[in-house]
Design a protein around this ligand. Structure first.
Ligand code: NAP
Length: 282
């Protein structure tokens, strides 16, 4: 009897050729003994919805969604979007259930899992979040749910930070949220965790954070990852942060969460992250 073809998965984006997701999910499949094939789909910018429909109509098992389609993915799946996706207003994981398209956003939980791996104590933590774009929006609720005491959101365009903070005001858990410009961050305040969710590291710049921003034991986390420490990580080390990390662990952790949603099996991100780090540094 011929073997059934493995279920197909893919990451859809534009561009997408650089994506590490196929490699990560192939490792997860090998590790857990799951039969699946994971590829890439580079969708023309005006053909996202039709490509998603075609993929699932042909029996596809699930899609990861990357730039620039996460908001469109939310629109497509909003009738069956998870609480995480609704909070983020964006979807990075799609699947079909009972003939309906479902969506989740695993970026935030990926970050929280990676922070825990790094030993960060989130319960009661004072957090400074630099940036108020899509990635920042996706991580606020998971940080609140992890018990952070306060989140100061600073952004180059302050109105976006104010709006982001206000949109989570009723999220519960007692976290205090404030949105501001960098210049208006409260003087003399120190934070246990500073997260760079801006795109500044792409141009090898750090956001203009106040000096002495790090409390004793404070951690700096850049959502971006690179072969070498980013400008934000270098700034943090010079400013006295006890630890610095980039977002490679978040990338692997968000993938692990997607894999769990699709397959019901939780892979071990640690060896995959270690190998990816070696590849990146080589
Ligand atoms: P986005 O929606 O375009 O938002 C960009 C943010 O960066 C905005 O807050 C913007 O401020 C700010 N910004 C851009 N250039 C800046 C500069 N030179 N100085 C200060 N602020 C600057 O992008 P995004 O989707 O949120 O992504 C942000 C970063 O997160 C990217 O580097 C991305 O690679 C990373 N990311 C990583 C993961 C992971 O798994 N590790 C997942 C998602 C995203 P304005 O509002 O003033 O324009």
């Amino acid at each position: 009897m011929p073997l059934a073809a493995p279920t197909r998965y893919a990451v859809i984006g534009n561009p997408v050729a650089h994506s590490k997701s196929p490699w990560i999910h192939a490792r997860f499949a090998e590790q857990t003994g799951q039969q699946l094939a994971y590829g890439t789909i580079c969708a023309p910018v005006d053909e996202f919805a039709s490509q998603v429909r075609d993929f699932f109509a042909a029996g596809g098992g699930g899609l990861n969604v990357t730039v620039p389609f996460k908001l469109q993915a939310f629109d497509l799946a909003q009738d069956h979007a998870s609480a995480r996706a609704r909070a983020a207003g964006a979807v990075n994981t799609l699947w079909m259930s009972n003939g309906q398209l479902h969506g989740c956003n695993t970026d935030g939980v990926g970050l929280v899992n990676d922070l825990r791996r790094l030993g960060a104590r989130l319960a009661g933590a004072r957090v400074l979040l630099a940036g108020a774009g899509g990635a920042a929006r996706g991580i606020v609720l998971p940080l609140i749910e992890a018990g952070c005491a306060s989140i100061d959101i600073a952004n180059r365009t302050p109105a976006r930070a104010v709006e982001l903070a206000a949109s989570f005001a009723g999220a519960g858990h007692g976290a205090a949220l404030r949105g501001t410009s960098y210049a208006d961050l409260p003087a003399g305040t120190q934070w246990d965790l500073v997260i760079n969710a801006t795109a500044s590291s792409l141009s090898d710049e750090a956001p203009p954070l106040p000096a002495r921003a790090y409390a004793a034991g404070g951690l700096a986390y850049d959502l971006m990852y690179a072969a070498r420490p980013t400008a934000f990580m270098r700034q943090a080390a010079a400013d006295g942060a006890a630890g610095t990390a980039d977002g490679l662990g978040m990338l692997v952790e968000q993938a692990a969460e997607s894999f769990f949603i699709w397959r019901g099996v939780r892979p071990d991100p640690a060896p995959v992250l270690a190998d990816l780090r070696k590849q990146l540094s080589a």
